[in-house]
Ligand binder design. Structure first.
Ligand code: SF4
Ligand code: SF4
Length: 318
């Protein structure tokens, strides 16, 4: 489709996104990344800060130009779906990140946005593609470009007045919707533009956030608990409790941010409500957990990304 669409079309497509459960939706023009944004990522890779997440280095050309994800791509519609700001686990239990305590967002959001994409395709006779953390797309940058938030020193997208407790999912489409305005010139360029108060740097239990906003992913507890292989885990110093009681992910830098407001939260889809059986887990439960228990506990959940063997190996380092 070659015709540029109007603000009424943009409003219509955002209504579709809200009806699919997004609490916010914005539109960015599909175009190459600014070279400064691409260069920072390349430097991060060159320093091997991605650890064993080798996939992070693949598909460089596509990552730098989202138009390569879809023939004729003109717009990126970015949607934010809330998960709980925090979860109430059994006191003292090994900590689980709030996003992982409900259903697997990949499956839930793909299904919801496929419906949106199909409606866009039917209405405008275009083609669209859904991306939910599964394509080499710089989601946080495009969300900032689409006017949804700013990039924090903690490397998260922050929606002022809400925080960072949301999943980002996108529809790339050949429909040419008018783009939204970024919240600041820095946000437009994917640069850090939070309060720069440094609380996330101080709060990080692993010293993974550098004062310039770069992240030593290999030190980050999210990486170690979910992504790192057991060779890396086994180099951790056992006597120092390096995981600070985290067994799956880490919410510390997100919760430390003063731009995050627990009292002003958007509605959470029932799919992302924490499972009671996850909230009630204790250390004793983890120690005695069988593969059958784990399969039943994590069926359809994002926690399946880690094996029980890996999580049990972490118990020595809590
Ligand atoms: S997720 Fe946790 S360990 Fe990783 S940077 Fe944030 S506070 Fe640090
Ligand atoms: S805690 Fe402060 S420095 Fe860190 S992301 Fe939030 S506002 Fe920025």
């Amino acid at each position: 489709m070659d015709t540029a669409l109007t603000s009424s079309d943009a409003a219509y497509v955002k209504r579709l996104c809200h009806a699919a459960g997004a609490f916010a939706a914005g539109i960015a023009c599909a175009q190459p990344l600014p070279s400064s944004v691409a260069d920072i990522y390349d430097s991060w890779l060159a320093l091997k800060r991605h650890g064993t997440m080798f996939y992070a280095g693949h598909h460089r050309q596509v990552r730098n130009d989202p138009r390569l994800l879809l023939d004729g791509a003109r717009s990126i519609i970015v949607c934010l779906f809330a998960y709980p700001h925090s979860i109430a686990q059994t006191p003292g239990a090994p900590l689980i990140a709030a996003y992982a305590a409900g259903r697997d967002y990949h499956k839930v959001l793909r299904k919801r946005l496929k419906h949106v994409a199909a409606l866009i395709d039917d209405t405008y006779h275009v083609s669209s593609r859904v991306c939910v953390d599964t394509a080499p797309l710089r989601e946080r940058f495009w969300a900032a470009r689409a006017g949804l938030g700013v990039i924090g020193l903690n490397n998260q997208l922050i929606v002022p007045g809400i925080g960072s407790n949301f999943f980002i999912a996108s529809v790339i489409t050949s429909a040419d919707f008018p783009a939204d305005t970024p919240l600041s010139p820095q946000a437009a360029q994917g640069m850090v533009s939070c309060l720069r108060c440094g609380r996330c740097v101080k709060a990080c239990p692993a010293g993974a956030i550098n004062p310039d906003g770069s992240c030593d992913t290999q030190k980050c507890l999210s990486y170690i608990t979910i992504e790192a292989d057991d060779d890396i885990v086994n180099t951790l110093p056992r006597h120092q409790s390096p995981l600070k009681n985290h067994i799956y992910g880490c919410d510390v830098c997100r919760l430390a941010c003063p731009m995050s407001h627990p009292e002003a939260q958007p509605a959470v889809l029932p799919d992302f409500s924490p499972r009671p059986q996850i909230l009630s887990l204790t250390l004793k439960d983890w120690l005695g957990m069988t593969h059958a228990d784990y399969d039943s506990l994590t069926a359809g959940s994002a926690m399946r990304r880690a094996s029980l063997l890996h999580l049990k190996a972490l118990l020595h380092f809590l």
